[in-house]
Design a protein around this ligand. Structure first.
Ligand code: URA
Length: 236
């Protein structure tokens, strides 16, 4: 593999940043400054250090993002900004995509990856990977409505939802919903079926991943090795 290719596929640098760093003798291959960004290296064998940071080869990228309002869960959109626009330029060439969708005005935890196989397994209805959402509604919810929600509701198009958990807070206007499926506008439509209306929706977990308290709105980070392993296990 070319040295500059390793630096771009690991999202270490863009191609032009890689070329600049090589010219500045800031990319070491086995301890020796590289003189040519196109030199061939073996990522399994050669030790590459970019501007003081060791580069480890990874076949795929897994990023968690705290989605703000106003961004769409797509790779391209003619009208609105996409969640991918929140990432730095070095990630743009990797072919990342959102694993599942959040509505434009829904906030919170999104997973972005270039691992189509894992995304497919995580989103498969057969695997029942749970997603938890903090919500607020316009009108107070009753215990009987929560029971209907838990049993599964018939939506306006006739679709019968799978049972979905709801834990209501004392104010009766907010709580946490757990879904094991992901139909279009599912929570909003389930609340409509109860003649109510979502006023705030935020995903707080996706399978084993929880939205970290220190990840501010609009911020992102790569998953840790432990988080990545937990995600792989959830998709087994
Ligand atoms: N349910 C919705 O209605 N919207 C979302 O973004 C996610 C779940």
């Amino acid at each position: 593999m070319r040295l500059d290719k390793l630096l771009t596929v690991t999202a270490t640098a863009t191609r032009s940043e890689a070329a600049r760093a090589v010219r500045a003798r800031r990319v070491l291959v086995n301890g020796v400054p590289a003189t040519n960004a196109a030199m061939q290296i073996d990522p399994q064998v050669d030790a590459v250090v970019y501007c003081g940071t060791p580069v480890s080869y990874r076949a795929h990228h897994y990023i968690m993002l705290n989605k703000p309002q106003g961004y769409v869960s797509a790779t391209e959109d003619g009208k609105d900004p996409t969640v991918l626009e929140l990432l730095p330029q070095k990630y743009t060439a990797l072919g990342l995509f959102p694993c599942g969708r959040l509505d434009k005005n829904t906030l919170g935890l999104m997973l972005l990856t270039d691992d189509g196989e894992l995304a497919h397994r995580l989103l498969s209805p057969r695997r029942h990977v749970a997603k938890r959402y903090y919500f607020r509604v316009k009108f107070p919810l009753t215990a009987a409505e929560c029971e209907r929600f838990r049993a599964g509701l018939v939506l306006e198009d006739g679709y019968e939802t799978k049972p979905a958990d709801i834990a209501l807070h004392e104010d009766m206007h907010s709580g946490v919903i757990t879904l094991i499926e992901g139909k279009y506008h599912q929570i909003k439509r389930m609340m409509q079926a109860l003649h109510n209306q979502i006023t705030h929706l935020e995903r707080i977990s996706f399978g084993p991943l929880s939205l970290p308290a220190d990840l501010a709105r609009g911020e992102w980070r790569e998953l840790t090795a432990a988080e990545e392993a937990a995600l792989q296990a959830a998709a087994e």
